[in-house]
Design a protein around this ligand. Structure first.
Ligand code: SF4
Ligand code: SF4
Length: 318
């Protein structure tokens, strides 16, 4: 039986015939070279490396007992910062991180003043879908208030997928935590971030903008201080110092303004009678209306005078 000629059908491309030097013994030489490389690295693995500086090339560590030091700029998942002292979150709900996030995994709502319904510079809810975040760090780079930073924590594996939709309460970390993991990077922005935070706290009524797990504690502390306040001598602090120490809430400001207006109105009604005998009980509104009527009357008289002069002039010419 004869073997049919072996045929290869190549639809496109060229067949390149490789010429081999049949005089050289090549069989097994590649394998030996590979073995030599393995031997070299295996031998090195027995060397005692006393520091990372002595290690070169790829190496393994005894994780989790042994862990490499993570560089400051390392980034895994985003976190939100709050001030250790006041409990206030640095985020103002400016929406810049939400807009820039490439996979659109940031979702937030802005806090509102319950008394007026107006938005305030604080965030009500902040959610990040960790399972779709790609750790690009754009959100941290764009944040003008240094409120969102990249965490170093990487052991996030879970069998609960829904747990990777992370809410504000889980995202919150104190500034001291970030200062510990990235001291140089925080030192660069610290002053500006805290200054902006102080400005925003003044525009936040009540406990709005305070980290959720601290809200109750801070509200209780404030109530405690309010109870203690009458016991202390009222003249102890200078007016400027007390104004600085106690920021008025919007309701308090409105009440204060109303009281000032009422006092001004009462003062106006108690004033001396005017020269033309007008009633002393006239309100500022009445006074304004009377002045307006007088101006209008003067203007009308002036117009009439001009018209008469024009008429007289035309009569003489005729
Ligand atoms: S790190 Fe990137 S992907 Fe993740 S939330 Fe921030 S902007 Fe979005
Ligand atoms: S984290 Fe920063 S960028 Fe994002 S909404 Fe808050 S303040 Fe704006």
């Amino acid at each position: 039986m004869t073997t049919p000629p072996f045929e290869i059908e190549i639809l496109r491309g060229r067949v390149i015939e490789v010429q081999r030097d049949d005089n050289r013994v090549r069989r097994g030489s590649g394998l030996l070279r590979g073995m030599a490389v393995i031997w070299k690295h295996w031998k090195e693995s027995f060397r005692l490396n006393r520091s990372y500086r002595q290690i070169h090339g790829t190496f393994t560590i005894e994780y989790p007992e042994e862990r490499p030091r993570i560089p400051e700029a390392y980034r895994n998942m985003p976190i939100l910062l709050y001030d250790d002292e006041t409990g206030h979150e640095l985020c103002t709900s400016c929406f810049q991180c939400e807009r820039i996030c490439p996979p659109q995994v940031i979702h937030m709502t802005q806090a509102k003043d319950p008394a007026t319904g107006k938005p305030v510079p604080a965030v009500a809810e902040f959610i990040i879908e960790y399972d779709a975040c790609m750790s690009c760090g754009f959100c941290a780079e764009v944040c003008p208030f240094d409120a969102i930073k990249m965490d170093h924590e990487f052991e996030l594996s879970t069998d609960d997928h829904s747990g990777l939709t992370v809410h504000k309460a889980q995202l919150n970390r104190p500034i001291s935590y970030y200062e510990k993991i990235a001291p140089t990077m925080w030192a660069e922005v610290r002053e500006g971030a805290l200054k902006k935070l102080q400005g925003n706290i003044r525009r936040r009524p009540d406990v709005i903008g305070i980290a959720p797990h601290l809200t109750e504690r801070i509200a209780a502390r404030r109530a405690e201080l309010a109870v203690q306040a009458p016991a202390s001598p009222p003249e102890a602090a200078t007016p400027a110092a007390s104004a600085e120490a106690r920021k008025l809430s919007p309701e308090e400001k409105a009440a204060k303004l109303a009281a000032i207006r009422a006092a001004n109105a009462a003062q106006a009604s108690d004033g001396p009678p005017s020269a033309d005998g007008a009633s002393a009980a006239a309100t500022p509104t009445d006074d304004k209306a009377a002045r307006l009527a007088a101006i209008r009357a003067a203007n009308a008289a002036k117009r009439k005078q001009v018209e008469e002069q024009a008429r007289d002039g035309s009569g003489e010419e005729a």
